[in-house]
Ligand binder design. Structure first.
Ligand SMILES: [Fe+2]
Length: 373
C-alpha cells in the first residue's frame, strides 16, 4: 500500500468504518407536520412530543419551503389532505419527486378516500390515516414508517459507500501501477480520459462508459508482475525482454477475471494490444474480432505513449502523433475510430493539457456517485 496517496488510504478506512457501523439508534428523527388547523397541529405535536424533532407548516406551500430548507434532515411527513391553496396529495406529489426517500403519511376524512386512490399512488404514500385519528395508532404508524425510512436510507447509503470504495480502490491501484515507473505517471488516467472522449462520441450507453472507465484505469494492471528492470529499461528491450513484456495483457486478464464485477472487462485487458490488421498480441485477433472497448483503449494508449516522454525517447508532439494515427488507420488502428479520434482531436488535446479538470467532467463513475475529492 506504499503507493496509495495519504488521502486515498484515509478514505478507504473511513468508508470501511461507515459500512460497518450502523447509524446511532438514539438519534432523534425529524418529522414535518402539515395541517391548516391549529388544534390538529397541537394534537399531533403532543402525540409526538419528546420522541422526534418536530417541524410544522400550516399549508402546502409553506411546507414546501420547510422541505427545501430542511429536506435532508426530514425522515417522515404527516400531511392533512384538505388544506387551502394546495391539497395534501398535491404537496406530497412534489415531495415524492424531490425526496423519494421521505416517508409520507396522509391524514384524510372518510369522504376523500375514493377520489384519492390514484393520487395516493402517484405520491408514493406509505399509509393514510382516517380522521379523527387515534393518537396511539398514529404513533405506531409513524414508528413503522421511520423503520422503513431507516432501512431504505441505510441500504442506499451502504450501496453508495460500497460503490465509492470500489471506485477509489480501482483508482488507487491504477495510481500505484503508474507510480512503478516515473515515466508513466498519470498514464492510466489519461488513457481512460481519451477513451471516454471517444466512447461518448460513439454514443455508448452509461453502463459501457462505466466499464470502459474501469478498464482504462486498469488496462496495464498485468504489468505488476513485470520486473522493474524491464519496465523502466532506458533502452530498447531485447527479444526475450519483449516477450516478458508481452505477457502483461494475459496477466491482467487473469488478475481481473477473479473479481466478479470486473469479469466483463477482463477480455478487454487481454486484447488491448491486438491490432486491426491481426499483427498484435497475444492472440493475433483482427478487425471486429477485437472488442470495440479494447480498440478504443488501444488507440488512446498509443496516443498517450507517443505524446509522453519515456525512458528511451522524448515525447512526440500532438501533431506528429495525429499524423502517425492517420498513417496507421486500417493497419494498427480501427479506421473508423482513428477518424473519430482525429475529428475530436481538439477535445483530446484539451484533455491532455488539463487531465485533472477534464477527468472531473468525463468520469462517469465519479459523477454518477457525486464523489467529491
Ligand atoms: Fe498495455
Amino acid at each position: 500500500m506504499d503507493y496509495l496517496a495519504g488521502k486515498e488510504t484515509e478514505f478507504l478506512n473511513e468508508s470501511i468504518e461507515k459500512v460497518l457501523l450502523s447509524e446511532n439508534p438514539d438519534e432523534k428523527k425529524t418529522i414535518l407536520l402539515v395541517d391548516d388547523e391549529e388544534n390538529n397541529l397541537q394534537l399531533l405535536k403532543r402525540t409526538l412530543r419528546g420522541k422526534y424533532e418536530i417541524l410544522t407548516a400550516t399549508d402546502g406551500k409553506k411546507a414546501l419551503d420547510v422541505v427545501s430548507e430542511h429536506g435532508d434532515d426530514i425522515s417522515l411527513i404527516v400531511s392533512d389532505q384538505r388544506m387551502p391553496e394546495m391539497s395534501g396529495t398535491e404537496f406530497l406529489k412534489q415531495i415524492a419527486k424531490q425526496h423519494p426517500d421521505i416517508v409520507k403519511i396522509l391524514l384524510t376524512g372518510q369522504a376523500d378516500t375514493d377520489i384519492m386512490v390514484d393520487s395516493i399512488n402517484e405520491c408514493q404514500i406509505y399509509q393514510y390515516v382516517l380522521k379523527p385519528f387515534d393518537p396511539i395508532e398514529l404513533l405506531e404508524t409513524i414508528k413503522s414508517g421511520i423503520d422503513k425510512f431507516d432501512l431504505a436510507h441505510n441500504k442506499t447509503a451502504m450501496l453508495k459507500d460500497l460503490r465509492e470504495l470500489f471506485y477509489k480502490t480501482i483508482k488507487s491501484i491504477s495510481s500505484a501501477l503508474d507510480a512503478k515507473d516515473p515515466y508513466t505517471h498519470g498514464h492510466s488516467m489519461r488513457v481512460t480520459l481519451y477513451s471516454l472522449v471517444l466512447a461518448k462520441e460513439l454514443g455508448l450507453d452509461d453502463k459501457t462508459l462505466e466499464e470502459i472507465e474501469t478498464a482504462g484505469l486498469l488496462h496495464d494492471i498485468g504489468k505488476v508482475g513485470i520486473p522493474q528492470s524491464i519496465l523502466c529499461k532506458p533502452g530498447k528491450l531485447t527479444d526475450e525482454e519483449f516477450e516478458v513484456m508481452k505477457s502483461h495483457p494475459e496477466q491482467g486478464e487473469k488478475i481481473v477475471k477473479k473479481i466478479k464485477k470486473l469479469d466483463i472487462i477482463s477480455d478487454w485487458l487481454k486484447t488491448h494490444h491486438e491490432r486491426w490488421d491481426g499483427k498484435g498480441y497475444p492472440s493475433g485477433l483482427k478487425g471486429e474480432e477485437i472488442p470495440i472497448s479494447a480498440r478504443i483503449i488501444a488507440l488512446a494508449d498509443t496516443y498517450d505513449a507517443m505524446t509522453s516522454t519515456r525512458s528511451y525517447r522524448q515525447a512526440l508532439s500532438h501533431d506528429v502523433a495525429i499524423e502517425e494515427i492517420k498513417r496507421c488507420a486500417g493497419t494498427q488502428f480501427d479506421p473508423q475510430l482513428a477518424e473519430l479520434f482525429i475529428k475530436n482531436q481538439d477535445k483530446i488535446l484539451a484533455a491532455k493539457e488539463n487531465p485533472e479538470e477534464y477527468y472531473e467532467k468525463y468520469s462517469y463513475l465519479k459523477n454518477s456517485m457525486g464523489i467529491k475529492f
